[in-house]
Design a protein around this ligand. Structure first.
Ligand SMILES: [Zn+2]
Length: 169
């Protein structure tokens, strides 16, 4: 049983955050980003390498169910500091990258990265052997960081990037 009505396959990622029930929408957007936008991959892993390199066939991380356990929806601007709800304030990061640079990535840095993003395709596996691939268009951002690892590369879907831009500066 699900708590979230699924009238649309993909929840809109940017929405006025004023209605009651916003936490359900927030959960729906987190799910949509993880599942539909990034197929349970981390935006930083996909920014750094191809899908099959991040999650090689024949390893446990090839199975989405395992990857899901290490995947976090990170609020770039923390909710307690007035950060917005919804996809325009979220990054999908694995546990490793969340710890590595989650707190270094400010809203301004992510938006600056998006302003200079370049088109990039990633090939997602369509079958259980990883032989059939589907190339999906997205964007690559490169964000300089003041501390190690000194750069964050993130893969964005177009719709996720649009939600960030819509949320403003
Ligand atoms: Zn990662």
């Amino acid at each position: 049983m699900t708590l979230v009505p699924r009238t649309r396959r993909t929840a809109p990622l940017a929405r006025a955050p004023s209605q009651a029930g916003q936490s359900l929408e927030e959960e729906d957007q987190k799910r949509a980003l993880k599942q539909e936008h990034y197929a349970y991959h981390c935006q930083a892993c996909l920014g750094a390498m191809e899908v099959l390199k991040a999650a090689p066939p024949g390893t446990y991380v090839f199975a989405p169910g395992y990857r899901q356990r290490f995947l976090h929806a990170h609020h770039v601007e923390h909710r307690q500091n007035g950060g917005a709800l919804g996809g325009g304030n979220l990054l999908i990061l694995c546990e490793y990258h969340h710890r590595l640079f989650g707190d270094q990535l400010s809203r301004a840095l992510v938006l600056a990265g998006l302003a200079e993003a370049t088109p990039m395709k990633r090939a997602f596996p369509e079958d259980e052997t990883g032989e059939k691939l589907q190339k999906r268009s997205g964007l690559l951002t490169r964000t300089p960081l003041s501390a190690a690892p000194f750069e964050a590369r993130l893969y964005f879907t177009e719709e996720h990037a649009a939600a960030w831009r819509l949320n403003g500066t």
